[in-house]
Design a protein around this ligand. Structure first.
Ligand code: FUB
Ligand code: ZN
Length: 656
């Protein structure tokens, strides 16, 4: 990273302290099975392992320190790697000798579990050493390797650990030797993209071209032979590594078409965005215009036709996947926390590829809504899927909704999301600004100081704000160079109005691609930005069948929701009149501090008796009701209750 950012923001530092103080120690205890918690299955499926994590124990067994069998998902190792990566980032803002020592020991343990030739995967080392790389569609071997490499790069960057780097290089060298188009190499890819990002990061760190080439090989090879997994399965003939996965269509793995021909978001949502993250990086690094165009097309399809207002993606639990354009059910959706995290990774790479604020808009939407909703305010309970509408009784009794949890579990059988959240929040400093050779982008409004070198001179940008509570943002730009500095400040697409002044003078700068473009001359300058943060109503495209006649409420980046703890049960009966005004009140005493929105609406009352299921006369009554809403991310922090983002809206008289 060619710049340093220090976050001093109250809202985000609460989260970053939570990662450091609560999430890292808590997750460490879980990974070591050192804490008694209730691990829930992510959905009603008998095959989900949920007795314990066993993730650290798997490494000890693989290293020969203890004896036993592997337990957990075949990709259980990745929980440890993501934890390690998160720990690394926390060390960059809150140094801790004890944590550093624990992390060093984890790296030693991982290195001991690594095989002589560099191979690293506890499941296959312990359980099926003869089936290495034989079932790549299911095995997650390269997925786990990618996560380790990412963690090791971060840990090396922050602590200078040579052991982390050498272990990662040994693994990467082994992979680069094993996979490729040469005789004797495996010409195939992993069912779950991730190795590509790991190798790209290792290339950026080391400059070693082999890593770039192999990342390019994996990405460009994808979909070239759509029958690769089938052929491997036929050759292997053993039982599936993960039951059921091999039955998914090739779209699930983004294997239905060569990558450069893909133009829509298909298949498993996390896989797709992980693939695109690496693809955008590769496109930029190798100046590949065709791949860049692929990224743009997929981005457009996600964000214009397949994304929830909360920045969630993935419309179905079957294959945790995208379905079709405008298919965005609110109560059976997937919206996995990891998928929105991956969308943020993708957005970050797109920003580096081209300076368009739409990427930062989506980054902000996903971050302030689905990502934060992925964890409870205590940092110790997590959602895997993030619904926009929940009725607890339906989650309990409707088998099609067993994945839609009304409260966050302490941990999950598949624990991909909790450590992913930790690593994103702990590395948030990497998303606020994009520093390019010829300009600096300000993407997110988070109180912070950024220092970088621009054309050989030091630039410091200090951002002061209390966003998104307040829309006044001040930047102090200290510029020691000789050239003017092109500074691009994002004007969020949700903002109807803004004002900007430089050193007290109103600027007439243009907004290009969503960024206000100003030029800062030498010396210290003050830029004041005011964003209108009024409460707004949002409507879905009428093609979204689930949202017709409904409205969502938002203020700035926060999407709001109604909970039954504030509004009584049967939220489906609530109606917001078109003309109802919104009251906004900051409540420091509620949910660690939230802005509460109240609107005068009404409720269609349920019958006192059960009443007939259908009748030709309207017998129901309406009752005035003050509808109270909280930011979506904070829902389900007050026990089990109903929740709804999209509310019915009553329209005035319709003249045709
Ligand atoms: O397959 C590994 C991880 O588990 C995926 O990224 C998540 O979607 C979950 O399926
Ligand atoms: Zn996940």
């Amino acid at each position: 990273m060619n710049y340093k950012v220090r976050i001093s923001d109250d809202f985000w530092n609460r989260y970053r302290n939570l990662v450091k103080q609560e999430m890292i120690p808590y997750q460490w205890a879980v990974l070591n099975d050192a804490i008694s918690i209730n691990i829930e299955k992510e959905r009603d499926d008998a095959s989900i392992p949920n007795e314990k994590s066993h993730a650290i124990e798997n490494f000890k067994i693989a290293a020969g320190i203890t004896k036993g069998k592997h337990y957990g998902w075949v990709f259980q190792d990745s929980d440890v790697y993501k934890w390690l990566e998160a720990a690394a980032y926390t060390l960059s803002y809150a140094w801790d000798d004890k944590l550093k020592k624990t992390a060093d020991e984890v790296i030693d343990l991982i290195a001991s579990a690594q095989e002589e030739d560099g191979y690293l995967n506890t499941y296959f080392s312990i359980m099926e050493p003869d089936r290495k790389y034989k079932r790549l569609g299911e095995s997650h071997e390269l997925y786990c390797s990618g996560h380790f490499i990412e963690a090791a790069v971060a840990y090396h960057e922050i602590t200078g650990s040579e052991k982390a780097l050498s272990t990662a290089r040994k693994l990467a060298d082994h992979i680069c030797k094993t996979f490729g188009k040469n005789a004797g190499q495996i010409r195939g890819v992993d069912g779950h993209e991730e190795i590509e990002t790991g190798l790209m990061r290792l290339y950026h760190l080391t400059g070693e071209k082999t890593y770039l080439n192999t990342a390019g090989f994996f990405l460009r090879e994808r979909g070239k032979d759509p029958h690769f997994f089938e052929k491997q399965t036929a050759d292997d003939q053993g039982k599936p590594v993960i039951d059921g996965i091999h039955k998914f269509p090739m779209k699930y793995y983004q294997m239905h078409l060569p990558v450069e021909l893909q133009d829509s978001a298909e298949g498993h949502a996390v896989r797709l965005v992980y693939m695109c993250t690496a693809l955008a990086d590769l496109a930029k690094t190798t100046h590949d215009a065709k791949l860049a165009e692929t990224c743009r097309k997929i981005w457009k399809n996600i964000t214009e036709k397949r994304m929830y207002i909360t920045g969630g993606i993935g419309s179905t639990v079957i294959g945790e996947a995208f379905t079709l354009d405008y298919d965005l059910p609110n109560d059976t959706m997937y919206c996995e926390t990891c998928a929105s995290i991956g969308l943020i990774f993708f957005a970050r790479q797109m920003l580096s590829l081209e300076s368009k604020a739409e990427y930062a808009d989506v980054m902000e939407r996903a971050l302030y809504n689905t990502v934060l909703s992925g964890m409870a305010l205590d940092g110790k309970h997590f959602f895997y899927v993030n619904p926009l509408e929940v009725v607890p009784k339906k989650s309990e009794l409707d088998p099609g909704k067993s994945h839609v949890k009304p409260v966050r579990p302490q941990w999950l059988g598949c624990a991909c999301c909790p450590p992913n959240l930790a690593r994103l929040l702990a590395s948030l400093d990497r998303y606020i600004y994009t520093v390019k050779e010829d300009e600096i982008l300000i993407n997110l409004f988070i109180r912070s100081t950024m220092e970088c070198t621009y054309r050989g001179h030091t630039i410091q940008i200090t951002q002061s704000c209390d966003y998104p509570k307040d829309g006044e943002i001040m930047f102090t730009v200290d510029h020691t160079g000789t050239d003017e500095l092109p500074l691009k400040i994002r004007i969020p697409s949700w903002a109807d109005g803004y004002k900007c002044s430089v050193d007290g003078r109103q600027t007439s700068a243009d907004i290009i691609n969503g960024y206000l473009e100003i030029r800062i001359s030498i010396g210290e300058h003050r830029v004041n930005l005011h964003l209108d943060l009024e409460v707004k109503r949002w409507y879905a495209n009428p093609n979204v069948s689930e949202d017709v006649g409904k409205v969502a409420i938002a203020r700035g980046p926060f999407v709001y929701c109604a909970e039954s703890v504030d509004n009584g049960e049967n939220l489906h009966g609530l109606i917001l009149p078109e003309e109802a005004k919104a009251d906004y009140e900051w409540r420091a005493d509620l949910l660690e501090g939230v802005g509460v929105i109240s609107m005068q609406g009404f409720r269609i009352m349920a019958y006192d008796d059960d009443g007939p299921l259908y009748e030709s006369a309207k017998r129901f009554t309406k009752k005035a009701q003050h509808i109270k809403m909280i930011p979506y991310y904070a829902w389900a922090n007050r026990g089990e209750n109903e929740m709804r983002v999209w509310l019915h809206e009553s329209m005035g008289e319709v003249k045709l």
